[in-house]
Write a protein that binds this ligand. Structure first.
Ligand SMILES: C[S@@+](CC[C@H](N)C(=O)[O-])C[C@H]1O[C@@H](n2cnc3c(N)ncnc32)[C@H](O)[C@@H]1O
Length: 270
């Protein structure tokens, strides 16, 4: 799918009658690519956990700081960003190529609205490359096969799973999925991951999940610090470890009052 959005006839249709995570997330971020069903779920969650808007924004800022760290300090030049979301500010390739124009970025999402916006994600610097794969994280083999069109898996890759693992329920074996992705990349690669917490603002988050799961297409599974830490098993977490996303190497944009209910961390493969 390089450089083009899919022709209209090939595009899967968008079901606007039920909320989808990409569009609910877009609503919380102040975007325009959402429908009444998405806004209804978004508002129901805001009512249960008023901090959600600050939380998703703090997560988005985390994503940008992580990519900057990986490109500028860790020397990473290849990114596999799974669960991309509807393009917002500071998309992965924009941040990475600002530091190193030769960065190569592959985006993956399974939502037809994200696919429809793929063109915005495919504007690369001339020295680098971007690609978009319409695929489901629950099939990592397909992702790895198609990503090899753009990424060289004999060189380090940053696997980015930012705010997606809470949408992978236990029955889909989330630890196996992350393990398979990290097995496919060489030593010196990184895992960057954030996930909605079950043990920050626990009561509000439990109610938020109940509301979301009653109304939306996907089911959310919030996880504790220990459950999220397990995704990094066998990898070396870089400082400051697994922390609320706003505490991960905070930048000037992170105001002192910023809060989130998201755990985030970055780890290097030995
Ligand atoms: C909450 S948004 C996060 C977007 C972005 N990573 C960010 O942090 O700003 C989650 C994204 O993951 C995508 N997603 C959820 N489950 C998925 C799956 N099984 N396979 C691929 N994409 C998935 C959704 O379509 C949505 O775009």
């Amino acid at each position: 799918m390089s450089g083009e959005t899919a022709p209209a006839a090939d595009r899967p249709s968008v079901d606007t009658s039920v909320a989808h995570s990409a569009r609910v997330h877009d609503y919380w971020l102040g975007g325009k690519d959402n429908f009444a069903a998405d806004r209804a779920v978004g508002d129901a969650v805001i009512e249960a956990y008023p901090g959600i808007v600050m939380s998703v924004r703090a997560n988005r800022a985390f994503l940008a700081r992580v990519v900057r760290f990986l490109a500028a300090e860790a020397g990473i030049r290849q990114f596999l960003d799974i669960g991309t979301g509807i393009p917002a500010s500071n998309n992965t390739h924009e941040v990475a190529q600002r530091t190193a124009p030769e960065c190569r970025v592959v985006y993956v999402d399974y939502d037809p609205v994200v696919l429809a916006h793929a063109r915005a994600l495919l504007t690369t610097s001339p020295e680098g490359a971007t690609d978009y794969i319409d695929a489901d994280l629950r099939d990592p083999s397909q992702i790895l096969r198609e990503a090899a069109r753009t990424l060289d898996f004999s060189r380090p890759v940053a696997v980015m799973l930012i705010a997606i693992m809470h949408l992978i329920v236990d029955a889909d074996d989330p630890y196996r999925i992350v393990g398979q992705l990290m097995t496919a990349v060489p030593a010196g690669s990184y895992l960057a991951l954030s996930q909605v917490a079950s043990d920050i603002q626990a009561e509000q988050m439990a109610e938020a999940a109940r509301r979301y799961n009653r109304l939306a297409h996907e089911t959310q599974r919030h996880r504790s610090h220990a459950e999220v830490a397990r995704f990094f098993d066998g990898l070396d977490l870089v400082e400051p470890g697994l922390v609320p996303v706003q505490e991960w190497r905070p930048g000037l944009e992170t105001g002192p009052g910023t809060r989130s209910a998201m755990w985030g961390g970055v780890a290097r493969k030995r």
